[in-house]
Every structure is written in C-alpha cells, then in structure tokens.
Design a protein around this ligand. Structure first.
Ligand code: ACO
Length: 431
C-alpha cells in the first residue's frame, strides 16, 4: 500500500490530513483510524456502504464492470479451466498449485472426510424436521469439542489442520443433515471419489443399491462451488472475521458465518427464489409480481435480484444461466424446464422495466442456482447449505488472513448513541 493524503476541513476551519492507501486495483481508501483521537468524532456508515474493514489480497470485485477475481484470476477463467479443489488450494495458498502440490492437497482433503463417530450421535439429537442450515451451524460449532487439539489460533500448523478439516468434512456434515431429514442412513465418504462426486454419493446413494455419479451433475455442482467460493467482505465472511478477531476458536467463527449466510438477504436468497417462482407459478402472473416488487408498501422483493456491490451484472449469474441450459438439456424429461422458462421470462421483463433499470437491479448468483440444484434433485431446504459448502473455503481463507495479520485487532465498531440522556434511577414504588 502506498500513501498520499486526503485533506478534510474541520468545522472549526482546520485542515486535517488523512492518509490514503492505494490497493492493487479498485478505489483508494481513506484511513480514518486516528480521526477520533485527533477530532473526537466517529464516522457513521450503517451497513458498511463505503467502509473497508480490512486489507485483503484474496478476492477482488468491481461491481460496476461485473469483475470477480480470486487471487487475481478472473472467475470466468477458473469456471472454464479449473475445478473446485484447485480453487480451494488457490484461495487458501494464494497461488495455483503445481501438479504435485495439487495431488498432495487433493489427497489431504480426500483422507479427512470422515467425521468423529460421536458427531453422528449429535445429529440424532435433532428434531426430524430441523432445517439443514440449523444442523450445519450447530455441528460445525461442535467441531471445537471434537477437534479441540488444534484450536491454538497462533499455531500455523493448527491453522492448516483446521482449514483442511473444514473443507474436507463440511460435505459429510451437509449430506448427513440431508439424510437425517429424509430418514435414510448416513452414507460414509468414499475417498476414491473427488470432492463433488463424493458429496453426491453421500447425498444420493443408499447402502442397498449401486450408485454412479452423473458426470454433468458433478460438473454443474463443481462449477457452482467454484462460483460461490469467495466474495471478499460479504456479510458471512465479515461475520467469520469479526467472530474470529476475538481469538475465538475457528470452528465457532465458521459456525457464526454459516448462521449469517442463512438470512434471506444473503445466502438464503437461493431458497427464496424457488419459493417466489413457485408462487408466481405462470408467465401470465409476472406483471403482477413485478408491480408488487416495485410497490414501496408491499414487502415483496424480487428475490435473486439486486446486489450491494454489482450494479451492472453479476458475472456468476451469467455463467450459472449457461450451466442451467446445459443441465436441463441433459435431462430431457425433467420437471424444471417450465420453472427455468419462467425465470428467463421474469429476468427479461425485469431488465426492460424502468424501476429495475434505474436502480441497477440485475439477477445475482442466486437467481439461477436454485433451478440447477432442483434439477439435480437437491431439495430447496438444502440450497443454502450448497452455498455454504462452496463458501467454506472463502471463510477459512479470510479467517487465516485475519488471524495471521500482525496488525490484527479485535473488531469493535463504535456507534452514534441516540438513547436517553443521563437520568436518575426511580424506585419501583415511584414509577
Ligand atoms: N426487488 C425490488 N426492489 C429492490 C430489490 C429487489 N430485489 N433490491 C433492491 N431493491 C430496491 C430497494 O427497495 C431500494 O429502493 P429505494 O432506493 O427506492 O429505497 C433500492 O433498490 C436499493 O436497494 P437496497 O436494499 O438499499 O440495496 P442493498 O445494497 O442494501 O441491498 C440486497 C442489496 C440485500 C441484495 C437487495 O438487492 C435484496 O434484498 N435483493 C433480494 C435478495 C437477494 O437476492 N439477496 C441475495 C444477494 S447475493 C448474495 O448474498 C449471495
């Protein structure tokens, strides 16, 4: 980071110099860290609209141009040429692996897929209809109890083991949550299969039958994992960083991120898109629902539309739309084609509508991903879990970056207090 100054005139007419840091690319940031000490004022930016919370070298987004890069590599290139395990290595280590590095990493992940057997009992305590995200968050939180030998956040070896455990075991936990919800036996991982094939096997096989993964299914899911792998300081990743900044054990920080992801304004939107498409039901109803989305007095929003950062297009949505065509064409008798056609028409009409044009609202990553999940036989309640599987490596990468930063401090925002001014306690009998 190189520095120049940003000059601010204070209300009493003094000129204040604030350092400016320049990144590799993207907007400069004005360093206001000493503003309170110098001027006795805080800054105010609810929702962090214009506030950078850290310096990071993991992911870059240009929301105006629709650019997303992991470690400098455009996501379109990774989607076309790479695979999820290689992207995991890239995000965790900063560079693409050599062939031997990739083989070693892949083997490490494949051989750490089993859960401590006691964790399966933990699952059995959940109510039969518990939401899989609730189970995912709780079971990942419980990992600190099963793997407490490696929770020294200052030990790089512990940090590596933690990273590998999260990436390797999350699919096993996710599939177990699904199996519990449908009353089928948990399927153990098969280390001969790659990450995505193994996950499909744990989801859809049963002990009584032979199971073979469909290559297009595996390709589509692997692509979705790549596209969800990281997205810089989004809500769940910031949650992981914030929870971890206290030095809390990292499994708890990831569990906090999973909980944040579940919200409908974040990862929960993919589930909400499918509910919305089901509710709209037919192309003839689209105008009615567009009117509802535009009506300020109606809480209805077009789910899967709009993004805090992308104000032009979400590059992930473009790639996923293409994959949805490929998946649905490979399944000629699927039941999802009408839903996809409804989504395509909804997108077309919304993109022609002045409200959506003026507010720069475009389909985001969640708009088409649910249609692919549904075509693959993944139930709606598992959609956000799929997002969490992809994003887990991003969370771990950011946690590692945060905890190994020598300038790292506990995250502790300030506030604008608008409550009662000082007043005296009133005894109960006088109130
Ligand atoms: N439908 C209708 N109107 C919308 C939508 C939408 N999907 N999204 C934004 N708007 C409108 C808002 O009402 C607001 O209008 P106003 O300026 O007249 O008040 C304006 O566009 C700006 O929207 P904000 O909510 O202020 O933008 P913000 O950056 O805070 O929110 C968000 C972004 C949460 C993604 C929002 O667009 C939304 O709720 N979208 C639907 C949910 C969704 O798809 N979430 C997934 C996001 S991607 C992800 O997390 C992986």
């Amino acid at each position: 980071m190189t520095e120049e100054a940003y000059r601010l005139i204070t209300p009493d007419g003094h000129e204040l110099e604030l350092p400016v840091h320049k990144g590799t690319t993207g907007p400069d940031v004005v360093d206001i860290g000493r503003l309170y000490n110098n001027q006795g004022v805080f800054t105010y930016d609810p929702g962090f609209i214009a506030t950078g919370s850290c310096a990071s070298d993991i992911t870059f987004i240009d929301g105006e141009k629709g650019i997303l890069m992991y470690r400098g590599y455009p996501v379109e290139q990774l989607a076309e040429h790479s695979n999820f395990i290689e992207v995991c290595y890239l995000l965790l280590n900063g560079e693409l692996p050599t062939a031997s590095e990739l083989e070693e990493f892949d083997t490490t992940i494949r051989t750490h897929t089993m859960l401590n057997e006691g964790m399966l009992n933990f699952f059995k305590g959940f109510r039969y209809n518990a939401h899989p995200m609730a189970m995912l968050s709780a079971v990942v939180g419980s990992m600190s109890a099963y793997y407490h030998d490696t929770t020294d956040v200052h030990n790089p070896e512990h940090r590596d083991i933690f990273a590998h455990r999260i990436v390797a075991k999350l699919p096993t936990i996710a599939a177990a949550a699904y199996k519990l919800s449908i009353g089928q036996p948990f399927m153990y991982p098969k280390n001969g299969l790659n990450y995505t094939e193994n996950f499909l096997q744990m989801m859809f096989s049963v002990p009584a039958e032979r199971y073979e993964t469909d290559p297009i299914q595996a390709e589509a899911l692997d692509l979705l994992f790549i596209l969800h792998a990281d997205h810089e300081q989004n809500c769940s990743t910031s949650t992981v960083r914030m929870a971890g900044s206290s030095g809390a054990n990292p499994y708890s920080a990831i569990a906090a991120g999973i909980s944040a992801l579940w919200g409908p304004a974040h990862g929960g939107a993919n589930e909400a898109v499918l509910r919305m498409l089901d509710e709209i039901g037919d192309v003839s109803q689209i105008d009615k629902y567009l009117a509802k989305a535009k009506d300020k007095d109606d809480p209805f929003r077009l789910m899967g539309f709009g993004h805090r950062v992308y104000k032009n297009f979400d590059p992930r949505a473009t790639i996923i739309r293409e994959m949805a065509h490929k998946v649905l064409n490979s399944l000629p008798n699927n039941n999802e084609t009408p839903l996809f056609e409804l989504a395509l028409k909804l997108e077309e009409l919304a993109l022609k509508d002045d409200y959506f044009i003026e507010k720069n609202l475009y389909p985001n990553v969640d708009f088409y991903s649910g249609i692919i999940y549904k075509a693959l036989g993944i139930p709606t309640s598992m959609f956000t879990v799929m997002f969490a599987l992809g994003r887990s490596v991003g969370w771990v990468s950011h946690w590692r970056e945060m905890i190994s930063d020598p300038n790292q401090k506990i995250a502790r925002p300030r506030q604008l207090y608008v409550g009662a001014a000082e007043r005296d306690y009133v005894p109960l009998e006088k109130r």
